[in-house]
Design a protein around this ligand. Sequence first.
Ligand code: NAP
Length: 431
Amino acid sequence: MGSTGKTEDVKDIDLVEKEFKMRIAVIGAGASGLVAIKYCIQDGHDCEAFEQTESLGGTWNYTDDVGLDKNGLPIHTSMYKHLRTNLPKELMLFDDFQYPEGLKESFISQNEVLQYLNNYADKMNLRKYIRFLTQVTYVQPIDDNKWDIEIQDVISKEKIRKIFDAVICCNGKYSVPYMPHIPGLDSFSGNCIHSHNYRSEEPYRDKTVLVIGAGPSGVDICSHLSRVAKKVLLSMKSSPFFKASYGIVEKVPLKEIIGKKGVFEDQSIELIDDIIMCTGYVYNYPFLSEKCQITVDDNYVRGLYKEIVCVEYPTLIVMGIPGRICPFPTFGLQMRFVMKMLKGEYHLPSREKMIKEIQKEREDKNCANRHFHNKGVEGELMYWIDLAESANVEGIPKVFSKLHAHVIQHKRDVKKGYRILNEEEFQEYDI
Ligand code: NAP
């Protein structure tokens, strides 16, 4: 693939000029988009990133607003007030940039992560590559290994098209809610929202609130609600995140809603004022042409080799698919893999072999489609090793996996802080 890349109109490369250059489009300037831009520029490519909002940082930008933004686009962020990271900041960083030394806590606020991303963009001089308030509306492969991309100015609504050699999708995966069908929910007379639109516990003061789903959002939101609500019910299947706690009543999955009554699978009944669906999000790539053959089936993304490279058109990359991982370090590793591949220093197997490998992986992992991309600590480590070894690029130090396992096992304790000592060891301390 490397040999096919050529670039007219190369400008603004501030690192070493290299012989081989591509024009690369990055879609989205959240955490993965920033890492993508940085690696493209570092490798001497010509990179242009398109961000539909006016700021970088993606989901880490908090707003009180829900629904549509002032430009008529669906609000992207799912942040709520007082969110603290569920991973320590020692696992929430890129390999070449640290948090400020004065930041003692490990489980930091949304604003501190956003600040980190802004500082990273400034330090790496990335802002000049980002075209803000620009939405990518269509991406299609055309002849000669190129991509035709339609972009729209979200203010003027003017559309233009541009040609690129490669496209990296970094459009996030926590902005389109998954809403399970619950019989009778349509007739529920209380207020029912998805966690995407949850901002604070205040509207739930003195109410009985049913939270459905015990992923990180459900568990976190329950603990916030328990400070003000009359009663908090958490309806769940099983949950590695939930720690039984005073003020939260555990419930089995909901069977149906009748008026203001919730009927649960164990036949118990509760009177409910409001419902918050913390049922997760769906992967969504509405701008990709059908030709790419990337489809989402019960939240399993088909058509990607190693959950990142488009099988049909390998110059299309989709970042950030694996879940239940340490996302920030993973983005760096994914980009090291991608850069090697684009340079032609790592060769993909044939299309047929990639398809077989994908099928085998899907069959070997005995789970529902929607859980396939959830890695967990063991799966994450295997993924990291596989990417690093396949492309012979720098991996992620073992200590990351060890600290991740520790945090999952002991659940988040905001009074604990962590220090990475070396590639193998970390230290825990009381704050
Ligand atoms: P999630 O991880 O996908 O969890 C959704 C949960 O809802 C799953 O356990 C799912 O179970 C369950 N569910 C779905 N339908 C249900 C039903 N009808 N009844 C009962 N349970 C149902 O989504 P999330 O919790 O929104 O988290 C998304 C991401 O945001 C995560 O990566 C997380 O780390 C991040 N996040 C971070 C923080 C933080 O840093 N503090 C806070 C919130 C979220 P099944 O899959 O079995 O259906």
